[in-house]
Structures are given as C-alpha cells and as structure tokens.
Design a protein around this ligand. Structure first.
Ligand SMILES: C[S@@+](CC[C@H](N)C(=O)[O-])C[C@H]1O[C@@H](n2cnc3c(N)ncnc32)[C@H](O)[C@@H]1O
Length: 470
C-alpha cells in the first residue's frame, strides 16, 4: 500500500456504493477501498484516514469537507443524536433509503437464484414511521467531565458518545434516558469504568409498550445497597407511565449486556406489549421486535404463508397439522400463528421452542391469558430439536427466526433429511439467510417467495421472510 493511505493522511474519495453496514464506500489512492461514515453514495469527500486494515486493502476515513453533496442528504451527518454509528442512513432521504433497500433485496434474490413466484409490490414493506419507532433503547453508561453520559461506543472506539435525542428511539424511551442521566449526575452514583473494570452502573435498558408504559432495567456489576428508593422516587416523578425498575447483576467484563440474574427494586419486572392480535409479556432483558408496526405486518405475512394449505395425502389441501415455531422468544409469532389457525377453523397445533426459560414461562402465560389453547412452548436449543431420542410427531411446517448468526447447518440438514414439506425462514441478516437457504435449497426445498420488511428505517438493515416448499 502506498504512503498516501496512512493514518492521519488526507485524500479525496468519490463514494460510489454502500457497504453491508450502510457506510458509504469509495476508492482512494492506489485503489484502496475507503469507508467514510456519514458520507452518502454520490458524494465527493475530502477525508482524513483514521484506520488502515493490516490484512485487506481497506481503510476508514473521517470527513474533513464535502466537495460534492448528495441531493438526497437531509441533514448534517454529525447532528446531535446521530453519532453512535447505528443509524448510518439517518441523513439520507426516504426515497433514497427505499431504493438502496430494494437494491439490497435484489442482491439477496440474485444470490438465492430467485423465488418461484413473482415478487409482490411493495418489494420492501415500508415502516409507517421513519423516526421514533424503536420501542427499546440500550445505553452504555459513562462519566465524562463530571456528567453522566447515556449512549453508545463510537465506532471502533471505547469512547462513549451520548445518544440522547436519537431520531429513531421512541420519545418515551429518550425522556426516560434523560431522567436517568440527570438523577445519576450526583457523585454518589458510581458509574462503571470499562477500562479499569471498576464501578457499579454499567448499562440501562429502557422499554416502552403500546400503552406508553415504561420498564427500566439497570445493569450493575454487583449487588449493593444503594439508595435505589431515592432513584425510584425521582424516576416516578419524571417518567410518566413507569411500571418497574429491575437490576440485572452482570459482573462479567465481556460485552454481553444482560446476565439474566435479576433483583426487582420496584414495581413490575415485565411489560405487556401488543403486536397486532398477539399480546406478549416481555422482561427488560428478553427479545422483542423493536418496530411494533412493521413486526405486526411481518408476523401476519409469515403466519399466512406458514398455514397456507399443503397438498394432503388424499389429494385434498389442508393447513399443516403441526407447526414448529423455532426461536420463538416471547411468542409473538407463535400467538399470531395460533390465532390465525383457530380463526380459519383449522386444527393446526403450534409448538414454540426457545432457549430463554424466562421468555418461555412468560410466553406460555400470555398465550393462556389470551385464551389460545392450540399453542404450547418448550424450553430448549432449537438446533438440537431433531436429534433427541424422543422427537415425537414431526411437523409439516417449520418457522425459523434465529438471531443474526443464523441456524446451525446440522438443523437445516435435519429439516432436509426429515423431508419437512414447508420451511418459513424469518431473518434479520442477509448474509446468514443466503448461507442457510443454500443448504435448504440444495436439499430439495424450493424458494417460493421472498419478502423484505423495513424494520429499521435510517439503517441499512432489512428483515426477510423466505418461504420454501418441497
Ligand atoms: C430473532 S429472536 C426471535 C424471537 C421471536 N420469534 C420474535 O419474533 O419475537 C431470536 C430468539 O432466539 C432465541 N435463541 C437464540 N439461540 C437459540 C437456540 N439455540 N435455541 C432456541 N432459541 C434460541 C433468542 O433467545 C431469541 O429469543
């Protein structure tokens, strides 16, 4: 690599594409790929190189000036609340975001060889709200110049930047974060210092539901007798709709936020939330889709595809008798499946499988409260389900909704080997979806439809629902 690409050097880059993380990419001196956070496709930027890869011809630069500005730019890339690096498209207009997401969907379609049925319009189901849609905020706590900062690590750094005023977070979550920052400003609150591994308060998790009720979870390094009551009093005064304050005790210095070991300080340890017809119970730590409106549409779409009649043995068409909903979390999709099955008069039975025992306990209780008798839940590793001694009846349709890392190949091979007639794969990662669909397709499951949902506007991320049939 030439000396022109070295830390501290300046160069001009024409940004001509976006990387998978949504950051604009162009070609710098000597053909090196330069990633420039805050820049947009079509812009020309003078950048200072901040980091050069030791292994690849790649570098990362910071904007000094924009020599050419995109017509799709809506605001300054460094506006308050836009600095965490999570929303790489917060300054890109809605039209350009949609076009970029449609292009991304097309890349996934091409990588999968295309679905059997024509794509339906809109190709990417939009979010009704571009901002303020996130019903949950996770904040790193830090003390800087005497002030308490609630925010996120800046990209490739251990410095915490404030994310108060974040454009995508629900206003109630932002207001609660501001209240915490002001209540903890006093020196008596010991804030964890990640570098020294010392201090008490590490992270804050804030959830708001459809009724604007708020649940706060504070991650602490150890359980100590602090004036929690004073904190609760202050929070109740400042946060309308506060329903509970929970501590999660996590002494592990790694970057996993929650340990799951809890101490209830005040009020409720759970929040009831609604995704369409599904009424779920969420802890502060468990998984819940952050964009309620888009998740509701996506669950309906996935449930309809899963329960569509399959050609029966006697030549008739019947909905699948048994459906497995693997990686079922708090059971929002499981409930949507169960409700749709009973409303359409079918006799399908739905089994949700999830490894988080607390989520399964709450999912079971929520389904009973909703009067659903055709769904059940099981604690377990979804990847192992087809390998036990006692597998019981095999399903006719399997829904997969794993974390970003995708499914273990052994599970996918087992679905193929057991000749499961239908697999509906709900994924938040294009990379692992493409990888996992290749195994299923090679095993004789054909991709019928592939739909994308704009779950996280202002970011490059998409949620996909792929329907495969044998
Ligand atoms: C993307 S979330 C989906 C949850 C649910 N389908 C929903 O829409 O709310 C993935 C879920 O998989 C769970 N999980 C992760 N690994 C698992 C495994 N090996 N077996 C079972 N569940 C797992 C996580 O706890 C999380 O609840």
């Amino acid at each position: 690599m030439t000396d022109d690409i070295a830390k501290g050097k300046q160069c001009t880059v024409v940004l001509d594409r976006y990387g998978a993380d949504g950051v604009a990419v162009g070609t710098g001196p000597d053909g090196v790929e330069v990633h420039v956070a805050g820049a947009l496709q079509g812009e020309r930027a003078v950048v200072e190189i901040e980091h050069v890869s030791q292994h690849r011809r790649q570098a990362w630069g910071r904007i000094i000036t924009l020599a050419e500005v995109s017509a799709h730019r809506t605001r300054d890339h460094d506006a308050p609340g836009h600095r965490c690096g999570g929303c790489s498209w917060a300054h890109l207009d809605e039209v350009a975001q949609r076009e970029a997401k449609e292009a991304r969907l097309q890349e996934v379609v091409d990588a999968c060889g295309g679905p059997a049925r024509p794509m339906t319009s809109p190709l990417v189901v939009p979010s009704p709200r571009m901002g303020g849609y996130r019903n949950r905020g996770k904040y790193v706590l830090a003390r800087k110049h005497g002030q308490v900062v609630l925010g996120a690590y800046r990209p490739r750094s251990h410095e915490v930047g404030s994310t108060l005023g974040c454009p995508v977070i629900a206003p109630a979550v932002d207001e609660t974060a501001r209240a915490l920052a002001s209540l903890m400003a006093h020196r008596k609150w010991s804030i964890y210092d990640e570098r020294q591994g010392r201090g008490l308060l590490r992270y804050a998790g804030i959830r708001v539901n459809h009724r604007r009720e708020v649940l706060v979870t504070l991650v602490v390094s150890r359980l100590v007798d602090r004036p929690w009551k004073t904190l609760v009093k202050g929070l109740r005064r400042q946060v309308e709709g506060l329903v509970g304050l929970t501590l999660d005790v996590n002494p592990d210095p790694g970057n996993v936020l929650f340990s799951g070991e809890t101490e209830q300080i005040w009020g409720s340890s759970e929040l009831v939330d609604r995704y369409g017809s599904a009424v779920v119970r969420l802890t502060g730590q468990g998984f819940g889709q952050v964009n309620r409106d888009v998740a509701t549409v996506m669950y309906e779409h996935a449930a309809r595809a899963t329960l569509a009649p399959l050609p029966g043995r006697a030549g008739s068409s019947e909905p699948p008798a048994l459906v497995w909903d693997l990686f079922s979390g708090a059971g929002a999709l499981t409930q949507t499946l169960a409700r749709l099955a009973s409303e359409s008069g079918g006799s399908s039975d739905i089994l949700g499988v999830e490894r988080d025992g607390a989520a399964v306990h709450l999912a079971d209780g929520a389904a009973r409260s909703a009067g659903l008798t055709n769904c059940h839940f099981q604690v377990g590793d979804a990847n192992d389900l087809l390998f036990g001694d006692d597998q019981g009846d095999l399903p006719e349709a399997v829904v997969l909704n794993p974390p970003r890392t995708g499914c273990r190949s052994a599970l996918l091979s087992a679905l193929v080997a057991q000749r499961i007639p239908r697999v509906v794969y709900v994924s938040c990662s294009a990379e692992t979806l493409i990888r996992d669909l290749a195994i299923l397709q090679k095993g004789g499951l054909h991709l019928q439809t592939l739909q994308a949902f704009d779950m996280l506007p202002m970011t490059p991320h998409l949620e996909f629902v792929a329907v495969l049939e044998r």
